[in-house]
Design a binder for this molecule. Structure first.
Ligand SMILES: Cc1ncc(C[n+]2csc(CCOP(=O)(O)OP(=O)(O)O)c2C)c(N)n1
Length: 266
């Protein structure tokens, strides 16, 4: 086996498998980038009603998808297309079907053309109205338009898992939870962290100690308004420092990473 280009982490994988995975990830990132560029042209030339896209966030979202397991839930926002593609719960065809408001639920499974583009969801029910087994699929709650509106629901999903974890009577409901062994993943833009719902969720999650992971995508702007006008110190991680986990195990872990490195051409 050849020396792996990324050292220890990849050495556990067979080199051929690793190579395949890297190429697949690169292909997916490119497809998603092209979907953003083409979609934006469709909106600006009047062929689609409204558009909002996830370019610049491809690589970090692919990394996030690698941690997302069956049974987990997403409560996120409109920039998550690459993540949804990467977990296999959307694709370029479905993405454009939503952009054009296609009312066919087979083609546009997130909302059958009812929501704006970039508003993702997975279907928890079968066509006959019965429940799917949510523990054997990757789940997304339905995106809503008010920014930060996804936050209380994220907390609810994580809280539900904690209740399942600690209440054995619930363990028989195997379609919904594997004894609480799930994580709720949230995503939000930096400007939307100014909303009260964000701070309430952040505080409650620390108090309740729930299985929840939030990514704040900080591009320094909310529409065209600089972070200077909406976030104290222009740095949400910095102002959340008081919530950081202490030696008693209270609070939670805050990590910062450069996730927008490929905002130029891939
Ligand atoms: C409650 C509410 N206020 C305003 C808007 C309009 N709006 C949509 S996106 C957006 C900017 C969000 O910026 P940010 O959270 O930084 O996310 P980004 O799009 O930059 O990733 C605004 C103000 C909205 N959807 N909901």
């Amino acid at each position: 086996m050849k020396e792996s280009p990324v050292g220890q982490a990849a050495n556990s994988l067979n080199f051929e498998e690793f190579r395949k995975e890297v190429l697949n990830d690169f292909r997916l990132a490119n497809e998603s980038r092209q979907a953003s560029l083409t979609g934006r042209k469709e909106v600006l030339t009047g062929k689609a009603k409204f558009g909002i896209f996830g370019d610049g966030k491809e690589v970090a979202q692919i990394a996030m998808a690698k941690q997302f397991r069956n049974g987990d839930f997403r409560s996120g926002y409109y920039r998550d297309q690459t993540f949804m593609f990467a977990i296999g719960q959307s694709n370029v065809t479905a993405f454009f079907a939503q952009l054009y408001a296609n009312p066919d639920v087979e083609l546009e499974p997130s909302s059958a053309g009812r929501s704006m583009n970039g508003h993702f969801a997975t279907r928890s029910l079968n066509a006959d109205g019965s429940w799917k087994n949510l523990t054997s699929m990757k789940n997304s709650s339905s995106d809503i338009s008010p920014t930060a509106g996804q936050m209380p629901r994220l907390l609810g999903l994580a809280w539900a898992s904690k209740l399942y974890r600690h209440n054995e009577q619930l363990h028989q409901m195997t379609n919904f939870s594997d004894k609480g062994n799930e994580v709720a993943f949230g995503t939000i833009g930096d400007a939307s962290t100014s909303e009260g719902l964000f701070f309430e969720t952040i505080n409650a999650a620390g108090v309740l100690q729930v299985p929840m992971a939030i990514s704040v995508w900080d591009d320094g702007y909310g529409i065209s308004v600089s972070a200077k006008y909406q976030t104290t110190k222009q740095n949400i991680s910095e102002i959340l420092r008081g919530f950081e986990r202490n030696e008693k195990g209270e609070g939670y872990v805050i990590l910062r990473a450069k996730g927008m490195g490929l905002s130029g051409p891939l």
